[in-house]
Write a new protein. Structure first.
Lengths: 233, 391
């Protein structure tokens, strides 16, 4: 709490409706602290001017709605409206599936609201960096920043785009050409294991029913490396 | 003086009400001719600088010869714009569900197991808030499909601009949905998966379906005049192929079993989801099975699958010469259907073939003669706009 008052730790608030967003800003103003970022913020467009005045940022879904009553009024123009009001606006995913196509989500800011392309790309690069206070290190290609880069085969806001290479801290983590070779290796290895299992079974070895060990993904309630409470939205 | 103010007030109120209503448009008055547009016919054909004419809701001319259309018709100049057939959202809960987490608004499934007689069309809400959000992205028709149970029930195709389900329905009760048991049991949820293992109830679950089909088939040989069994009655048109059988199956094992099962009764099923279809494309092709390819905005099925496996499934089916259509899960999500289809172009499906996967191919798979392409005598249901649907 003290860290929050001393602006060493920042508040990210899961939020949907204008009533709760406005309420929290009033509470924050009363006690002299700031809400750094409202996430999801699907009714942000209704209180965008107040959010700007308070100094909050926004991280929204591009076009989700109708999954709970609090988002029944959500519109895909939310991001564009918040952005137009001068609020630092980002688009987030909610899971691993969407996290890998945030470039497409950013494109929706162009489609729904005519946000200029360079600004729309910032929704998934520089703006979230700003909201996380790490924009001195990441979020744009600038001398002195971390070499976290993506080489795209097409305009990243195009549905045709896919990553050719990715670099994290200057280290090449992904290379499409090399990945194709690795895929062949995986296929060969998979086949080798299957053939081995078949021959062992034929030679009379003991078999057991198939059981696989689970692999965890991160979600917004993940604490440490062990998943705990069930995630609800 | 007072009278005038009151009339203005009434007009104002009517105007307000009109904005929030999804009031269906009135019937077409007179012929309309659109000129100058790039017409994506839906079957792979692209007509540049084309002419589209329609009367009484039906297409009367598609081509490039202006002399073939009436000189008196209302003209719309659509130079350099694109025209697409209305897209069809398959397997949707549109009009059945309104808000996912508000239980009272969810009407996509029924209690019971073999619900062949459940007709989801009668629960279809024409005035859901969702339809208009789909139409602006070109989705103009939908298969309203039930979920849950083993046999979920019957689906219907609707157009999205109607007062009631009867007016909305283009093709009622034309398919029965069956979910094939999974050979594997999964536990947990996407972020915290539990262990997965062989489904030891698989054989039993398959036997239960077989039992129902055997009984329904026997019933069909001599249906009674009285004391009808509604479930078996609902299956009568399945045996002739008049009603389609859609079997939901994802893994190769399940798909093979499902096709084999249906063939025993002389039925060629449609397989939906089919994430593994590419692995057994020869088998699917031999059996002349069409595929309703499931949601592509998902992670790959297996840990060792190619990272883009699910994105390239459509291309693999296209290359194998399999007739397929694309679908997206849910109801409000259907507005993203064109983008998922556009993504298949990134993986090599030609643009017009991609468009076909949510237009002409759907019509072909389900024998829907009046929709799916912009051809003479078909419904004039289309979208026209500036620019490509996706870039």
């Amino acid at each position: 709490m003290v860290e929050i008052m001393n602006k060493k730790r920042f508040i990210t608030c899961h939020s949907y409706v204008q009533s709760e967003i406005n309420m929290l800003m009033h509470v924050a103003d009363k006690f002299n602290f700031k809400v750094n970022t409202f996430t999801h913020i699907l009714e942000g467009f209704k209180v965008a001017d107040k959010m700007k005045k308070h100094g909050a940022g926004a991280s929204s879904f591009s076009d989700w709605w109708a999954y709970k009553f609090e988002v029944y009024d959500a519109i895909p123009y939310n991001g564009a409206i918040l952005h137009e009001q001068g609020i630092v606006t980002a688009y987030n995913s909610d899971d691993a599936e969407m996290a890998r196509r945030l470039n497409q989500e950013a494109a929706k800011a162009v489609k729904y609201g005519n946000v200029p392309e360079e600004e729309a790309l910032k929704f998934v690069t520089l703006n979230p960096a700003k909201l996380l206070h790490i924009d001195d290190r990441v979020g744009s290609i600038k001398i002195g920043k971390d070499a976290d880069l993506v080489l795209w085969n097409e305009h990243p806001l195009s549905v045709y785009a896919s990553a050719e290479m990715t670099f994290v801290d200057g280290i090449k983590f992904f290379d499409k050409k090399e990945d194709l070779v690795l895929r062949d290796n995986i296929r060969a290895e998979r086949n080798r294991l299957i053939q081995k299992l078949i021959s062992l079974k034929k030679s009379g070895e003991k078999t057991q029913p198939y059981i696989s060990t689970p692999k965890r993904f991160y979600h917004c309630d993940t604490v440490g490396e062990e998943g705990e409470e069930h995630h609800s939205h | 003086m007072k009278k005038i103010y009151f009339s203005i007030f009434l007009v104002y109120i009517n105007f307000l009400v009109a904005i929030s209503q999804t009031t269906p448009a009135p019937k077409q008055q007179g012929e309309i001719v659109i000129t100058g547009a790039n017409i994506h016919v839906g079957n792979g054909q692209l007509i540049s600088n084309g002419i589209l004419a329609f009367t009484n809701g039906k297409i009367s001319y598609v081509g490039t010869d202006i002399s073939k259309v009436s000189a008196n018709a209302r003209r719309i100049d659509a130079k350099d714009k694109e025209i697409y057939p209305g897209f069809i959202a398959l397997g949707s809960s549109l009009g059945l569900n309104e808000i996912e987490q508000v239980k009272a608004t969810i009407d996509e499934s029924e209690l019971g197991a073999m619900n062949a007689n459940v007709r989801s069309i009668i629960a279809y809400n024409t005035d859901s808030r969702v339809q208009n959000t789909l139409r602006t992205n070109g989705v103009m028709m939908a298969e309203v499909a039930p979920k849950g149970a083993v046999i979920s029930g019957q689906s219907s195709f609707v157009q999205l601009d109607a007062w009631n389900w009867e007016d909305a329905s283009l093709y009622s009760d034309i398919a029965i949905h069956l979910t094939w048991p999974s050979p594997y049991r999964y536990s947990g949820w996407w972020a915290e998966p539990g262990s997965s293992s062989t489904n030891d109830k698989y054989e039993k679950d398959v036997a239960r379906i077989k039992n129902f089909f055997d009984e329904a088939f026997a019933y069909s040989k001599n249906p009674p005049a009285m004391d009808k069994n509604l479930r078996y009655e609902a299956m009568l048109d399945i045996w002739s192929g008049k009603k389609k059988l859609i079997i939901h199956a994802s893994l190769a094992k399940a798909i093979i079993s499902a096709i084999g099962f249906a063939k025993n009764y002389g039925i060629t099923p449609i397989i939906a989801e089919a994430e593994d279809a590419w692995r057994i494309s020869d088998f699917i092709k031999e059996n002349k099975v069409s595929i309703l390819l499931g949601e592509s905005h998902n992670l790959p099925l297996r840990e060792d699958d190619d990272t883009d496996q699910i994105y390239k499934n459509a291309k693999l089916l296209y290359d194998a010469g399999i007739l397929y259509a694309m679908k997206v899960n849910g109801f409000w999500q259907q507005r993203n259907l064109p983008f998922q289809v556009g993504q298949t172009v990134a993986y090599g499906v030609p643009k017009e073939a991609a468009i076909a996967s949510i237009t002409a191919n759907v019509a072909k798979i389900f024998d829907l003669n009046a929709i799916g392409t912009l051809e003479v005598n078909k419904d004039a249901t289309f979208l026209y706009q500036v620019g490509m649907l996706w870039t």
